[in-house]
Design a protein around this ligand. Sequence first.
Ligand SMILES: Cc1cc2nc3c(=O)[nH]c(=O)nc-3n(C[C@H](O)[C@H](O)[C@H](O)COP(=O)(O)OP(=O)(O)OC[C@H]3O[C@@H](n4cnc5c(N)ncnc54)[C@H](O)[C@@H]3O)c2cc1C
Length: 534
Amino acid sequence: MTPPDRKNPYNFDEYIEWRRNVDYYRDDPFIQKVVKSICGELWEQADSAARRISPKVSFDWRDMSQAIARPENRPYIQHYDAHRHRIDRIVRPAQILTMEKEVFAEALFSDRTHPWIKLVKMYLIYQNGEACTSCPLVCTEGLVAVLEKFADTPELRRILTHCKEGIDGDFGMGAQFISEAQGGSDIPSNLLEAVETDGNWRLYGNKFFCSATHADYAVVTAKPAGSDTVAMFVVPSWLPGDKVREQRNHITIDRLKWKMGTSELPTAEMTFNGATAYPVGPLERGVANVVGIVLTLSRLTVGLSGAAVMTRAAREALKYAEFRQAFGQPIGQFPMLAGQLDWIAASARRTTAGAFKLYREFLQLDGGLKGGLAFDEKNEQMNKRRFDVRELIMLQKIAASWDATDVLRAAMSVLGGHGVIEDFSDLPRLFRDAAINELWEGPRNVLLTQIYRDLQRVREWYPPAEFVDRILSGTDASVIRQLSEEITELILHADLFRPGEQAREICARWDKFCHRLVHEYQDLAAAGIEAGNT
Ligand SMILES: Cc1cc2nc3c(=O)[nH]c(=O)nc-3n(C[C@H](O)[C@H](O)[C@H](O)COP(=O)(O)OP(=O)(O)OC[C@H]3O[C@@H](n4cnc5c(N)ncnc54)[C@H](O)[C@@H]3O)c2cc1C
């Protein structure tokens, strides 16, 4: 019996106080176990680096991420200064400028930062959502990787140093502008034109989705005049000395998009009016290099950030379910909700374990991915390992980004109506960001189709059943048998493009199959961690 009380004393203080003091690393035994079992000899260093940065991420950067997400703090564009100069200044709140400086000062892509330390720091940083840092970080990582391979001029080498090691304490930031109005998935349909005069390249035309618009440099795809092949360029936003004058490199920012998620991050529509551009890598290998180097890293990161936001959602939903009462008992004790909470927590654990395991496999590839489809007669095992990692990166991207929205929606519903109140909880913002993660860096259908094609292309030397067997080695034999039989049957279909009922049915089965395959891989990784395997 609850008698009336006009002074209703109810408050959320206990929950809010707990949430305010949660340290993302110190208070998460599972991620500590993951680091210990997966990071190999380096685990102690990764663990102490994570403990050092975690209070900064969990308290200072968390608060800044919340503040910059408020509608009144969204970025906007100022096209002209007071003296009739076109400047296209992106105006962002002071908190983001501070946070960005601090995050980039971590020198995550420097030679002095081991990849495991980078990864665990990124995992913590991503728990704050996009926050105008996740996208620029991964774009910078992609730019560094491309330049490490191809920087062959003083200009490109300077850009590499700026982004990787910093110059006088200032770290350069990268972006990637690939998508155009007529196509994002279909990169070969790019129309941006690259014109060479006396060895100098300039770009003309439009790009339609340019995130991290405020970055110093961008990887840009364009077609050399008269050619139908996409090449890759690095384009500085300002030429040396022009940034202080706010005079852009013959680029105008036409508009900032109004987006559902990642709202703190500027995403622009741009026109290139003769921007100076530096070609990177062979001109005819633009698509291969963008996909093989830049997008591969972004896709790995989408997997990791899916794990990070699910971890945060699970933590906050589980605690709320202990705190909140309904009908006289904590809501977490209702079997209906308890089951949902178990699923939320298991999803976060499996995605985290899978992301770290896959990253280890990626790091262990001697010589990198090399496209992942290369066939070296002398090294059959390495061919297969490369292929496994290439496919798992795409598989993880589609599953983790999809699961993240499901998990966040479920976590929001644990908080009931409060779960969708933006200044009560960060979960709605993380949910909106997660919906974007699912779209960029290769939408689901495009990746499902690519994986299917890859398996068909290699089946002579790597039958699909063997692929399943290898990536799930250690899983229950009956599961492997069932999945091997199904993949063999599915891959027999000629292609996924032929219109008709049969292709639709195969596509639907392929979609479900791939999602399940990732979950089996992730569950295996999580079970290994729980069992203390290294
Ligand atoms: C907030 C935001 C920020 C972005 N920032 C950037 C950025 O900084 N740089 C950048 O280059 N891009 C950026 N993008 C663009 C993003 O990468 C593209 O939206 C994405 O690649 C998809 O391209 P599209 O939008 O043209 O869709 P489309 O390619 O037209 O796809 C539409 C639908 O068709 C499906 N489809 C396409 N091809 C196939 C196929 N072969 N088989 C089956 N189905 C298919 C897709 O899966 C999708 O469902 C951003 C997007 C968003 C939403």
